[in-house]
Design a protein around this ligand. Sequence first.
Ligand code: PGA
Length: 249
Amino acid sequence: MRRKLAAGNWKMNVTAGALSELVELAKQVNPGDAETLICPPSPLLYLACEKLRGTAIAIGAQDCHAEPSGAFTGDISAPMVADTGATYVILGHSERRDLHAEKDADVAAKTRAAWGAGLTAIICIGESGADREADKTLDIIATQLQGSVPDAATGENTVIAYEPIWAIGTGKTPTLDQIIEVHDFIRARLIERFGQQTADAIRLLYGGSVKPDNAAEIFTAENVDGALVGGASLKAADFAPIIKALTQA
Ligand code: PGA
């Protein structure tokens, strides 16, 4: 019922030459596979969309501004993202929250801007290592969900990515039970807030050190509808087996 989604976050890596990896990936992804998305750095959005036209791979941005235009040097707006042909935007990634001081309210404002431009928002939430050790994970998740996800969320306009900060780029992953606990909790909170039908349609991604060798196990969790993948999305040879594992889950 929920279409599985394998999303790659290229972060501030690669230049145009790396788009050959996208072309390679497109050869390995069939229309019947899990939905596949790559979020390259913003200067590559147009070119990536052009190269992938007619393939099964969608393109998204890694951030957008909450305002549609204005004196915001260096920022890109949601209408600009949509104008490139991109259809998704990652919002509230922990690196944005941490390094750019983005708060839940900023993420919610950006999400509304993304929706206004017809984009699907991938809203990221997740606890730090200290939060987890202090047994605050579910409280943090509840607060971020409430503050970052606006009331008009639906299965079409919103995807939620659970990314424990301590698992991002570290090679460490939570146990399967820890992933299940948080994803089940998120689903339950969404049901409380949005009702069963809407909550059931919103896809929940796991992110943080997803690799070809741990993906299949993570995808066994009922409320894991896909993955947000950083490092292992940069090479088609790493990302393709993750997409296959998700397709078969
Ligand atoms: P990683 O990054 O897969 O390299 O851990 C995930 C992310 O930050 O989205």
